[in-house]
Design a protein around this ligand. Structure first.
Ligand SMILES: *[C@@H]1O[C@H](CO)[C@@H](O)[C@H](O)[C@H]1NC(C)=O
Ligand SMILES: *[C@@H]1O[C@H](CO)[C@@H](O)[C@H](O)[C@H]1NC(C)=O
Ligand SMILES: *[C@@H]1O[C@H](CO)[C@@H](O)[C@H](O)[C@H]1NC(C)=O
Ligand SMILES: *[C@@H]1O[C@H](CO)[C@@H](O)[C@H](O)[C@H]1NC(C)=O
Ligand SMILES: *[C@@H]1O[C@H](CO)[C@@H](O)[C@H](O)[C@H]1NC(C)=O
Ligand SMILES: *[C@@H]1O[C@H](CO)[C@@H](O)[C@H](O)[C@H]1NC(C)=O
Ligand SMILES: *[C@@H]1O[C@H](CO)[C@@H](O)[C@H](O)[C@H]1NC(C)=O
Ligand SMILES: *[C@@H]1O[C@H](CO)[C@@H](O)[C@H](O)[C@H]1NC(C)=O
Ligand SMILES: *[C@@H]1O[C@H](CO)[C@@H](O)[C@H](O)[C@H]1NC(C)=O
Ligand SMILES: *[C@@H]1O[C@H](CO)[C@@H](O)[C@H](O)[C@H]1NC(C)=O
Length: 760
């Protein structure tokens, strides 16, 4: 036992490192600094002048770059760098191997603006603003791309190759003069990406579900994304020949992997990389700092003056806001917008205060937003939604409650039960029958139904006794749970309270994803509960039954089915947390408490351990943590603090069971390890983008659209098992993600590509 707990702690320690930040700065945005690595030249667009002109530094010398006009972005290659003039209608490049840095015009137009300038070692690419079509040049001449009129969201260039993320399907497409691009494209072939940055021969980006993934050359471990590092954590990336560096969103500090140095304890706005050195724009003073073996300067600080952290624009900034002091930085000629993830929708309308007071349109709007948030995979959205739930929970938002949508959601609750009930006051027996429409049985009837509680009829053991299958005299099949009478002396008190608590709770709960209580029986020492019979048994049995060995051996061996089961169960738990009055924390969510009825609809069962939820979001203290090894929330176990997020943890473990087919705690005979938690097993692999290697082989590799659903579920699961309860999502957000996953599974593979990015 002790061993297992140690594993759990170890596991959760690791998951606590998992990221939970909102992406505010997008990756892969055009930069205001550039490195021309072949000549160790660094350049920046200067701030605090009326025109945002370029200045460079090389060989202990500052070089003024002509013409003295405003630029919005610059990007460097091996021996030259290029700049896009403000507005995007003109593109100039400068050869840094010459002394004079003579400009050369590559592009000029009156009506087609460019953006996303990216320079590889010798190729230059940019994207047309309005059409999203890519244009590339090499040796000053426009060259044709594979497939005409490629439409991309973003582009990035490495040594000899350029990659883009196609608008249609979010897949990565690479082209260029060597095989590296092809290898990178192959690495990303099954992933939907939202951003991408290339190094010399590798590329990293944020997948649409939020994991940071690197592909390509790994000779120095530059693909070795630190475990727990998703791009939610990072606001910038810079890739060189043998390393990858990222800026931590929270404090601006740089972390690197592969072959590289870092500058510690300095906060950066953004970073750029050459082959073997990195430069960053220091957050404190907007000065450029460079480091690395290839950096030839005598010191780290580069004497270039203030550099703008983003382009100066005349148009008002969108929802993501204005950079502090930006009028000054732009010399009075515009302002700098804080960049956002391109697709990040505005999260603000999710807050109840901003919701329309009434009207049916709000429900549609909210669903769209949920969908949008799912696609971005933003945890910021989780925070927003949690606020809503919190609001429901503490009952502060009566007016919001009053709108038709909410009433519909709460209508399943018995209207007589407004105030929180105290367990000991709950009537049992006939009065409960009257109030809650459950039947009262006599012992003889139940004994007959189960052949006198014969072992033949035994189907399991719950939290307060043994469960028998029974057939009532009227032919109904039921599951009868009998309080364990053999150990009378032991903790009678606890059992008594479990009985009454379950009775009190269950008789009030009506939901299609909860196992329904048919009735009860109280006879001297005997306590029995009668439930609907779930003819297809527990999820645990389907997943871990020895007979389930190949795809055809269980109906549960399909991704579509597993996603559906997850969604059903999540809806049941969501009901307990958010719509039951008072809210209920189940306390023992595990696969053996998720049952399947004759229609294969999943339902949550066994409320013997349930406690009435706290009346506010405050934690309540239980005398002793209860639950099941492998599923128990570490925070609850260690600190004895119980919240709805403890159920979320258990549910995360169930999701991992569904994905991997492994038990919550298992011994891996293949790897010869001792008992291992599924969280510990799956966590590092999911975060490293190696999900495919751990998927349940009995189900097989998911098809293209299923793959995205599976990724989404995996990522949701990782957030559910975060060590810190407050970092875990609410059930509402989990339900939204699972709805999305089920939809993806049900779509025809053909329509896959159009489904991903069609957001409002
Ligand atoms: C740059 O200047 C420093 C002193 O100012 C000198 O020590 C160093 O050698 C110079 N480096 C080059 C490449 O000229
Ligand atoms: C460019 O022109 C602006 C005024 O338009 C001036 O403030 C700035 O000093 C000039 N920069 C250079 C490098 O000449
Ligand atoms: C882009 O399209 C908008 C409207 O579709 C148009 O007003 C604008 O002039 C176009 N801009 C460019 C640079 O083509
Ligand atoms: C998207 O790509 C698929 C094939 O990958 C193609 O069948 C479909 O027509 C494309 N859609 C659009 C709008 O280009
Ligand atoms: C992508 O999916 C296909 C088909 O499922 C599979 O054969 C291929 O190995 C996958 N590629 C990667 C890089 O995982
Ligand atoms: C990259 O190389 C490191 C060792 O340098 C290795 O641990 C890691 O698994 C490799 N990653 C990939 C994705 O191949
Ligand atoms: C990258 O690493 C390889 C092998 O580790 C080495 O041969 C090469 O010189 C390195 N490149 C740079 C630019 O440091
Ligand atoms: C960075 O900060 C940490 C903690 O404050 C300190 O231990 C470390 O020595 C610092 N590193 C440098 C290079 O200053
Ligand atoms: C699932 O339920 C259906 C309907 O009751 C039944 O026909 C089927 O045999 C059950 N399957 C299993 C594996 O119990
Ligand atoms: C199964 O589905 C049918 C039709 O939808 C319904 O009539 C029946 O009640 C369902 N059975 C259970 C056990 O939910």
């Amino acid at each position: 036992m002790t061993l297992v707990y140690i594993f759990i702690f170890f596991t959760t320690f690791i998951t606590s490192l998992a990221p939970n930040r909102v992406v505010v700065n997008g990756l892969g945005l055009a930069s205001t600094t550039a490195i021309t690595y072949g000549t160790a030249t660094v350049c920046g667009i200067l701030a605090d002048h009326q025109t945002q002109f370029i200045q460079c530094y090389r060989n202990n010398r500052t070089i003024l770059v002509q013409p003295n006009v405003s630029f919005e972005a610059i990007s460097g290659g091996k021996t030259f760098f290029c700049g896009l003039r403000s507005g995007g209608f003109s593109l100039l490049c400068w050869d840094t191997s010459s002394v004079s840095f003579n400009p050369r015009r590559i592009y000029q137009s009156d009506d087609v603006a460019l953006t996303d300038l990216t320079v590889g070692d010798s190729q230059i690419c940019a994207r047309e603003v309005n059409s999203s079509i890519v244009r590339c040049w090499r040796g000053g001449a426009l060259f044709q791309l594979p497939g005409e009129a490629l439409k991309v969201k973003t582009i990035t260039s490495g040594s000899g190759f350029t990659c883009g993320i196609l608008i249609n399907g979010s897949r990565v497409l690479c082209w260029g003069s060597n095989d590296v691009g092809a290898e990178i494209q192959k690495g990303f072939e099954n992933m939907s990406m939202s951003s991408l940055i290339a190094g010399e021969s590798h590329a990293c980006g944020l997948s649409q579900i939020g994991t940071l993934v690197c592909k390509g050359n790994n000779d120095s471990g530059q693909l070795n994304v630190p475990y727990g590092a998703s791009a939610f954590e990072f606001s910038g990336l810079a890739l060189g020949a043998n390393f990858t560096c990222a800026v931590r969103q929270s404090n601006g500090f740089v972390v690197c992997w592969g072959h590289s140095d870092v500058i510690e304890n300095v906060s950066f706005e953004s970073i750029v990389a050459g082959l073997d050195f990195v430069c960053g724009l220091a957050r404190s003073n907007l000065l450029l700092v460079c480091w690395g073996p290839g950096w030839s300067g005598s010191q780290n600080d580069v004497p270039l003056g203030w550099i703008i952290p983003g382009p100066c624009v005349q148009t008002p900034c969108s929802s993501c806001g204005v950079y502090p002091n930006s009028e000054t930085l732009c010399g009075g000629s515009g302002s700098i917008c804080t960049s956002c993830q391109t697709e990040l929708p505005v999260a603000v309308p999710l807050l109840p205060t901003n919701m329309p007071p009434q009207g049916s349109s709000s429900s549609i709007g909210r669903n769209k937003l949920l969908l949008a948030l799912v696609i971005v995979g933003s945890i910021g959205a989780f925070a927003g939604l949690c606020t809503i739930i919190f609001c429901l929970w503490v009952g502060l938002c009566r007016s919001w409650f009053d709108n038709p949508e909410s009433v519909q959601l709460t209508s399943a609750v018995d209207p007589n039960v407004g105030a929180p009930v105290r367990i000991e006051n709950v009537p049992s027996g006939s009065s409960s029958k009257h109030a809650d429409k459950t039947e009262e049985f006599v012992l003889a009837e139940l004994s007959a139904a189960t052949k006198h509680f014969s072992t033949q009829n035994k189907i399991g053991a719950g939290s307060f006794g043994i469960v028998y299958k029974g057939k009532l005299s009227d032919g109904r099949e039921v599951a009868i749970k009998r309080g364990d009478t053999s150990t009378k002396t032991k903790k009678i008190q606890e059992k008594e309270s479990a009985f009454h608590s379950e009775l009190a709770l269950l008789s009030r709960l009506h939901h299609k994803h909860l196992v329904k209580l048919v009735g009860s029986c109280e006879d001297k020492d005997e306590r029995l509960l009668v439930y609907e019979y779930m003819s297809n048994g527990s999820l645990h049995d389907h997943l871990h039954n020895k007979k389930n060995v190949e795809k055809s051996s269980s109906i549960v061996n399909s991704w579509k089915m597993r996603m559906r089961i997850a969604l059903d169960a999540a809806r049941g738990i969501e009901y307990l947390h958010n719509y039951a009055v008072p809210p209920i924390i189940h306390r023992d969510i595990k696969s053996s408490n998720i049952l399947l009825d004759a229609n294969w609809t999943a339902r949550v069962s066994d409320f013997g351990l349930s406690l009435l939820g706290p009346e506010s979001d405050q934690e309540i203290m239980a005398s002793k943590a209860v639950g099941t090894v492998g599923y128990i929330d570490p925070e609850y176990f260690v600190l004895n603090v119980l919240t709805a997020k403890s159920d979320v943890y258990g549910f995360g473990v169930v999701l991992l069971e569904l994905l991997t087919g492994k038990r919550a705690v298992f011994s891996d005979s293949e790897e010869g390890t001792g008992p291992m938690g599924v969280v510990e097993y799956a966590g590092p692999r999911v975060m490293a983008g190696e999900l495919q290697s751990l998927l349940d082989k009995r189900v097989g590799q998911p098809e293209s659209n299923e793959a995205e659903a599976v990724q989404l579920v995996a990522y949701t699961a990782m957030h559910c098992v975060n060590m810190e309860g407050k970092e875990r999502p609410c059930m509402t957000d989990i339900v939204a993600n699972l709805e999305r996953a089920v939809t993806l599974c049900e779509e025809e593979p053909v329509s896959f590509s159009t489904s991903t990015v069609s957001l409002p």
